[in-house]
Every structure is written in structure tokens, then in C-alpha cells.
Write a protein that binds this ligand. Structure first.
Ligand SMILES: Nc1ncnc2c1ncn2[C@@H]1O[C@H](COP(=O)(O)OP(=O)(O)OP(=O)(O)O)[C@@H](O)[C@H]1O
Length: 271
């Protein structure tokens, strides 16, 4: 579904954001990218929808290489969910969800806001499926809570039934309970539709609960790639450069052989 082939990113100011990252995300997988601030998570996600062009390597979506001449074809296949929701606050819930249909509309229809009846029905269905009610349809987004706003963001991302959804720290500005609810909703929506999700997170506990696979970045390189149950608490050091006290305490109770050799290798690579 999504393939990063030996990608690297060096920004114009010389910052090396990604180093030789290879990652194949199969169809239907919920893949979470972990990493401390500046590790390269957003750069990786932005590469997957062509907002950032790799300085080395290539990215393919459904076998199509992302390039200037393929972007228009690829974009409608990708739904985006943002950390700050990226909604138009003065517009209604329905209007914001309908925006998700724009990439597949002829420019003139998009400019005039001429959405088809099918798109309007789809928006209503999605608004209901993310747990909002009929009375929310015409409510301004600015009147909603953060959790409700991200539900609108999720509904918008699924408007075109994209095979791939990219979620860049979708719960970073939400409280722990709302974060849990929103991620649970995102995973349910993705599972029901067989959608592939690449989602960056800061919360290791949520990654372990919701991900099929965790990919951890440190200084732009992959230091862990595996299932949540293979994620050893001692990997915190490799990923974040330190372990939170609770995790450190937990890690001291683990026998060394619990860590598979591959992951110990990752620890060494990062040190
Ligand atoms: N447009 C840019 N120009 C120069 N450097 C950039 C640019 N965008 C990001 N960077 C740098 O690239 C590195 C990776 O940034 P990125 O935003 O991908 O990290 P992140 O893991 O998403 O961080 P956070 O969790 O804080 O969002 C950082 O050092 C950042 O400062």
C-alpha cells in the first residue's frame, strides 16, 4: 500500500530529518510512528502525500511513485488527519466534512461549492459514524470541543473512502481519555473500511494499545520496527534518549533475554 524505499530528507538549512528509511506498510495495517520531538515523524508522513520530496530514495502509494506528475492521481487516495484539526472554525460541521470531497471534484465545482447529493449523503453518514448527532450538522466547528473537532477531522479524512489515511499526531492536543476515544474511533473506522493508517504519536501506551505495528524513529533513523508485544520498555532509551521513571522501574524487572536480538541491535545502533 505504502512503500518508503531508502528515503532520506535533508532540508535546505542542512537539517538531516530522515536517514535511509525503508518501510513497507501493507494494506489494512494500523502502523504507528513513535519518536521524540524532531525525530522525523512529520517529515515521513508529509513525504507520503508528496508535501515533502525526499532528497534520496522514493515513496510509492499503491505502486505509484510519488512525483510531480502523479500527485494529482495519488492525492484523492489519501485522507489526512492533523494535530491541530485544520478545520475552518467559522464553517459548520457539514461544510468541513464536505471539504474532504474536494480533491476528487472538478475545479469549477469545487470553487462554487457544488457538492453532489451523493457527497452530502456520505458526509451525513460519516458524521453519524464518528459519534456526532444531527444537531451538530449545522453547528459551527468553533462551538465544538477538541475531541468533537477531531471527530470532524476523521469524518473528513474518510470522505473519499481513501485506501490510505495519514494521521499526524492526531491526539497531541487532547486529554488522555479523549485521546483514547479518538484513537479507538480512528481504528474502528479504518478496520471497517480496510483502510491502511500511518499515524504518528507521542504516547507509547496508546501506540501499544492500538497499533498493529510500531515503527520508532530516533534522529531520523528507524530504531524499532515490530509488533507492540515486541516493544520492550528499555527501547525508551533508544527512542527518547531517556526512560520515564515508571518505565525505568518496570524495565529493571525484565530479564535481559526478553529482548529479541534484533531489538537489542536497534538499541546499540541508537547509542
Ligand atoms: N521545513 C523545514 N526546514 C528545515 N528543517 C525542518 C523543516 N521541517 C522540519 N525540520 C526539521 O527536521 C527535523 C524533523 O522534524 P519533524 O517535524 O519531521 O519531526 P517530528 O518527529 O514530527 O517532531 P514533533 O514531534 O515535534 O512534531 C527537526 O529537526 C525539524 O526542526
Amino acid at each position: 500500500m505504502l512503500n518508503f524505499e531508502r528515503v532520506a530528507m535533508r532540508y535546505a538549512d542542512g537539517t538531516q530529518a530522515l536517514r535511509d528509511v525503508s518501510l513497507e506498510v501493507p494494506a489494512g495495517q494500523f502502523c504507528v510512528v513513535l519518536g521524540s520531538s524532531g525525530a522525523g515523524k512529520s517529515t515521513l508522513l508529509r513525504m507520503a502525500n508528496g508535501l515533502v520530496r525526499p532528497t534520496q530514495g522514493s515513496v510509492q502509494v499503491q505502486g505509484v511513485r510519488i512525483a510531480a506528475d502523479s500527485l494529482a492521481r495519488i492525492r484523492p487516495r489519501i485522507g489526512m488527519i492533523h494535530q491541530q484539526f485544520n478545520l475552518v472554525l467559522r464553517s459548520t460541521v457539514a461544510e468541513n466534512v464536505l471539504v474532504g470531497a474536494l480533491p476528487a471534484m472538478p475545479t469549477w465545482r469545487a470553487l462554487l461549492g457544488l457538492f453532489t447529493d451523493e457527497a452530502r449523503c456520505k458526509a451525513c453518514e460519516l458524521i453519524a459514524s464518528v459519534g456526532l448527532h444531527e444537531q451538530h450538522l449545522l453547528r459551527r466547528v468553533s462551538e465544538l470541543s477538541g475531541g468533537q473537532q477531531q471527530r470532524v477531522g476523521i469524518a473528513r479524512a474518510f470522505m473519499l473512502d481513501p485506501p490510505l489515511v495519514l494521521a499526524d499526531e492526531p491526539v497531541a492536543s487532547l486529554d488522555p481519555q479523549t485521546s483514547h476515544d479518538v484513537l479507538s474511533l480512528l481504528r474502528t473506522q479504518a478496520r471497517e473500511r480496510g483502510t491502511t493508517v500511518l499515524c504518528s504519536l507521542h504516547q507509547v501506551d496508546l501506540a501499544c494499545e492500538f497499533a498493529d505495528r510500531i515503527v520508532a524513529l530516533r534522529h531520523g533513523a528507524v530504531v524499532f520496527d515490530g509488533a507492540p508485544d515486541a516493544f520492550d520498555p528499555r527501547l525508551f532509551d533508544a527512542i527518547y534518549g531517556r526512560a520515564p521513571a515508571s518505565v525505568r522501574a518496570e524495565a529493571t524487572h525484565l530479564e535481559p533475554e526478553v529482548v529479541p536480538p534484533l531489538h537489542m541491535g536497534a538499541l546499540e545502533m541508537a547509542s
